[in-house]
Design a binder for this molecule. Structure first.
Ligand code: PA5
Length: 420
């Protein structure tokens, strides 16, 4: 597949992009060098071509078992151990079991609501934490582990709990070993927000009936498409450079815009990826997420006439999975029968063109990324595209896109306040 990239030519000239050719060439060589691979958590960069087919088989087998004995499945995790799988499930789940996400906040109401939803159903859980010590995840795990053990007894509960964590370290690994849970590993050289194509997200996807082999196929396709050091022909690198050019022109906010509501969580995953990777040392683009046309009736005002520090990146789906015609009425009081030959998606396309033109005229630059469809291969391809674009953006900005000292500080302060 191919991601088409277009951008506001009145605001950014091709020559500006070309001036980054040398920088991109060096960053490409650095990211793909053995030294950098050993120094940085770059395990995701070649994952699509070296992933373990046997592990994918095991994930599928476990998912099959959980799908057949569970009416509901709870995926417990936060940040990089949550958003990727939720993005995939929201975009592509087609059948049962019901999937719930927990362990991603401290809301007593939210967790009680999930408890209420599963209390009369057969359910199973997976708990995902690379560090194995994240509090939101750990306390939610206690709630559902307790429920399972009381409902099924310890022995059967054990078969309904899957732990996904580091191979050796952390409290979750310790519990899993002690209790004999089935486990999958998050590789130590892949950070949370870069872990979508690992068991961290693949198990939940497979339980939701998503074809994870196709996801990996899409990622593999992206790996070879964006393994090209030439800026001119590499849309992933072009996207990173465009962001950098706009940042230097004072566009410090990037808003990722989706026209498909099912992609809302893809936006949230993207937001974490870029926000946590770039926002450091007093630098970085602030990533925001909008849903059009819904937010055209609210934030559209700001984009058109507000501060000129924002640019848009639109993800446009060429062939959305469904469509519908607009019904005709004889009396036609609202005078809408002229739309009789159009579908919802036709109108969405027109809204897209209209909003893009208006915002560009208002001085808001637009980058548009077009993907062919909402399906597994496209998802895998887009995940890899964004991961690599994010790493390259971080290097262009001069920050380490793989650490998160700010997040660690929040965790440390909270533990101190809780008197741990
Ligand atoms: O990207 C990251 O590293 C973070 O967002 C983590 O994924 C998040 O804090 C959850 O961490 P863990 O998987 O260790 O529970």
């Amino acid at each position: 597949m191919k991601i088409d990239l277009n951008f506001s030519k009145d605001i950014i000239k091709e020559e500006e992009l070309d001036s980054y050719e040398g920088d991109i060439f060096s960053i490409h060589n650095c990211l793909h060098s053995k030294d950098e691979y050993e120094r940085m958590p770059l395990g995701w960069i070649d994952l699509p071509e070296r992933y373990d087919g046997k592990e994918i088989e095991n994930i599928k087998k476990t998912a099959y078992r959980l799908r057949s004995n569970s009416q509901a499945f709870i995926s417990i995790g936060i940040g990089g151990s949550y958003l990727g799988s939720r993005a995939a499930v929201e975009m592509m789940q087609s059948d049962s079991p019901e999937i719930y996400f927990s362990g991603n906040n401290f809301s007593g109401t939210y967790i009680q609501q999930i408890v209420n939803k599963v209390k009369d159903k057969d359910f199973s859980i997976c708990v995902i934490s690379k560090s194995g010590t994240t509090l939101e995840t750990a306390i939610a795990f206690r709630v559902f582990r307790d429920m399972l053990e009381k409902r099924y007894g310890k022995a059967e509960a054990k078969d309904r709990i899957i732990a996904i964590t580091d191979k050796n370290k952390g409290a979750l690994r310790e519990i899993a070993n002690k209790e004999g849970y089935e486990t999958f590993e998050i590789p130590s050289n892949i950070g949370g927000r870069y872990s979508v194509l690992t068991p961290a997200a693949l198990l939940t996807m497979a339980v939701a009936g998503i074809n994870i082999e196709e996801v990996m196929k899409g990622a593999r396709d992206a790996y070879s498409s964006y393994n090209d050091p030439k800026l001119q022909s590499n849309n992933c690198y072009r996207y990173s450079v465009l962001r950098n050019i706009l940042y230097k022109k004072g566009k410090h906010i990037e808003t990722l815009i989706n026209y498909e509501p099912s992609m809302e969580y893809f936006g949230k995953w993207w937001q974490q990826l870029f926000g946590e990777s770039e926002g450091k040392e007093g630098k970085g683009i602030f990533p925001a997420v909008l849903q059009f046309s819904t937010d055209l009736h609210s934030m559209g005002q700001y984009l058109q006439e507000g501060s000129k520090n924002v640019f848009e990146t639109i993800i446009k789906v060429k062939n959305p999975p469904e469509d519908m015609n607009i019904p005709c009425f004889d009396d036609d009081i609202e005078r809408l029968n002229y739309l009789k030959d159009m579908t919802f998606n036709d109108i969405s396309n027109i809204a897209y063109k209209g909003a893009m033109k208006a915002h560009e005229e208002g001085g808001t630059p637009v980058i548009s990324l077009e993907i062919p469809a909402i399906e597994e291969q496209c998802f895998g391809h887009m995940v890899y595209f964004m991961e690599k674009a994010c790493a390259v953006s971080g290097y262009l900005l001069g920050v380490n896109p793989f650490d998160q000292p700010g997040v660690e500080l929040y965790k440390k302060n909270m533990h101190k306040l809780l008197d741990r």
